[in-house]
Design a protein. Structure first.
Ligand code: FAD
Length: 561
């Protein structure tokens, strides 16, 4: 920018997106990396990394060239070529997941090679390189997702509930995939024939080099893609965090960055409820708002950058709280041990008591309103049920693409349950129709939802409408069933902590210490509860994040005792 000449246009000195994606490091930066790894020669055509390799090393080119390639049958598609001073890798350098492409030296040369552990140590200690590398890795992953460059193909149908689940699981785990729709894409039949699968098997997931999964569970997908394969389950961790929503991820970031050995268990995908928010506008530091997926993807990468290990699609099934160290048993039988536990399992929407509800879940009934669901109802009428902030956000978001949004609430209005800024947007939006004291009484359809009956509770009239999409966003039920009364719960099933625990609660639970429980500590010493699963929680991303970080401060005290 030429500050002395006011006629000159303002010009940015910030690096362009391409420069951020593929930066060229300075000689001094390369020398710092060289100090952490080893120099090695590369022969022409040498394959340095192949599709499916785990524990992928990181390379900085000193001389010659490394090409990132996507093998397709007998040919290879060039994604990018790295020259001297440039480096390989994308987000899997941080997550430790398998390689989705091939790295080949296209000419003889020399490179600096770092193992993943050496790279993580570099990123944790060198702030300048951390910024350059982390930004490049994240941006490269976004590009792979946008261009559907990856090792997964999903063959599905919008009429089948499993398809949305599989697509959402991959999306929320930041895993690129190519989607083929059975009802629309010409290539679908050829794939069915080639792999001997039938339309009844959808969704079908073609995973890695040669695996074909028919209507796989999230755990099967995670296993096929090796999401958890580098995690050592035999050691006793300082801290196990159950749940990777905002509260659990915050605890993981603070715990791991302060030197604790942290393992996180997540039954589904990182991000929790916040990950299903189309736009969070009240979280500090994001004046223009941020989508829940973006916010939680950053937190997920941040936790892993500091060394936290995160197990995906591995839920806690039981807490063996009668012994020390504590043992968390997982669905599927295996277990892990820890000196301290933070429970951050949050809450989920209540499923209303409607006949046929489960038949239409994912095929017309949804519990999140993200771009994937919005795409399904472009130009159509939709219903949003609920009067809280999440329902308000969903209505405003869906109104951008739907023909009309019917907001159904049981009460007389929104004032008591929703933030003022959202109420104003709803009132100002002609595409949103608020129907107070109204509730759904029946869902109908053949395969996919086709018709909804709602009742106006004032007059008692029942009206049938040809509406194919309903977003249920009512009430919160805590995810505490797995705890099997190991810690004291309140009358709604939320976990009691700190001063909420009465003398009688503690006596009944056999509290063994002379001191009272710390803030956020449950009726078991060293077991904490944070975020939406805790009795008296505030139902905000900021409070969940705050509680996650506060609990870690007390974990340090527990571990020192
Ligand atoms: C659509 C929507 C929009 C929202 N918008 C906003 C907003 O704009 N601003 C705001 O401040 N708040 C918003 N909220 C509220 C906010 O998202 C929550 O308060 C916050 O996510 C709570 O975080 P948490 O980590 O405590 O729980 P959750 O986000 O519920 O996360 C809990 C995690 O634990 C996992 N889990 C559950 N059981 C187990 C188990 N047995 N083992 C392992 N893992 C388990 C779940 O899969 C989940 O990932 C919104 C919520 C929704 C649903």
């Amino acid at each position: 920018m030429n500050a002395s000449d006011p006629r000159q246009p303002l010009a940015s000195t910030a690096p362009s997106r391409t420069e951020q994606l593929f930066p060229t490091l300075t000689t001094a930066q390369v020398a710092r990396i060289a100090g952490r790894g080893r120099r090695r020669a590369m022969a022409r055509d040498e394959v340095l990394v192949d599709v499916g390799d785990s524990d992928v090393p990181f390379f900085v080119v000193v001389s010659g060239e490394i090409q990132a390639l996507r093998p397709t049958g007998a040919t290879e598609l060039l994604i990018v070529a790295h020259g001297p001073g440039q480096f390989s890798g994308e987000a899997n350098m941080i997550t430790g997941r398998r390689a989705m492409g091939r790295l080949r030296a296209s000419e003889p040369g020399e490179a600096i090679e770092l193992e993943r552990e050496q790279l993580l140590a570099l990123i944790q200690t060198d702030a300048e390189l951390s910024e350059i590398l982390m930004r490049a890795f994240m941006l490269r992953r976004f590009e792979l997702i946008a261009h559907e460059f990856g090792d997964v193909v999903v063959l599905g149908s919008t009429h089948c509930a499993g398809t949305l689940r599989v697509k959402e699981f991959l999306t929320r785990n930041g895993h690129p995939f190519h989607y083929i729709d059975l009802d629309r894409d010409a290539e679908a039949q050829a794939l069915l024939d080639q792999f001997h699968v039938s339309a009844a098997d959808v969704p079908v997931l073609f995973c890695g080099v040669d695996s074909v999964l028919r209507n796989p569970s999230n755990t099967q997908i995670a296993d096929c893609l090796g999401f958890n394969e580098l995690i050592d389950q035999t050691r006793v961790s300082d801290l196990v965090i159950v749940g990777a929503g905002p509260a659990g991820l915050a605890a993981a970031v603070y715990g791991a960055s302060e030197g604790l050995d942290v393992l996180v268990l997540e039954s589904n995908s990182p991000g929790g409820q916040a990950g299903s928010s189309s736009r969070i506008e009240n979280y500090l530091g994001f004046p223009t708002g941020i989508s829940g997926v973006d916010l939680t993807a950053r937190a997920y990468a941040q936790a892993q950058k500091f060394g936290a290990q995160i197990m995906i699609a591995k839920g806690a099934a039981q807490l063996a709280c009668g012994r020390q160290p504590y043992e968390v048993q997982m669905a599927g039988g295996s277990s892990i041990r820890a000196r301290a536990v933070i429970i951050a399992t949050g809450a989920e929407y209540r499923r209303p008591a409607l006949a046929n509800l489960s038949r239409f879940e994912g095929a017309g009934v949804y519990y999140t309103a993200m771009p994937m669901e919005a795409q399904l109802c472009v130009g159509e009428d939709v219903i949003v049920v609920g009067g809280g902030n999440s329902a308000g956000q969903a209505a405003v978001f869906l109104a951008q693409t739907a023909k009309r949004v019917h907001m159904l609430v049981r009460g007389n209005g929104l004032a008591e349950t929703m933030s003022r800024y959202l109420i104003r947007r709803i009132e100002d939006n002609p595409a949103i129709v608020l129907r107070t004291r109204t509730q759904i009484v029946a869902l109908e359809g053949n395969g996919h939802l086709e018709r909804v009956q709602w009742r106006d509770d004032r007059a008692g009239d029942v009206e049938a409408n040809d509406i194919r999409h309903v977003f249920m966003m009512t009430g919160a039920v805590p995810n505490t069933g797995w705890l099997d009364r190991c810690v004291v719960l309140d009358d709604k099933g939320f976990i009691k902590t700190g001063p909420e625990l009465s003398h009688d609660d503690l006596t009944a639970a056999g509290w063994p210490l002379p001191r009272p429980p710390f803030l956020l500590e449950t009726s078991r010493p060293g077991v904490f509860a944070v975020g939406d699963v805790r009795g008296g929680n505030i139902k905000r991303v900021a409070s969940a994040v705050g509680e996650g970080s506060i609990a870690v401060a007390f974990v340090h005290q527990i571990l020192q005792q």
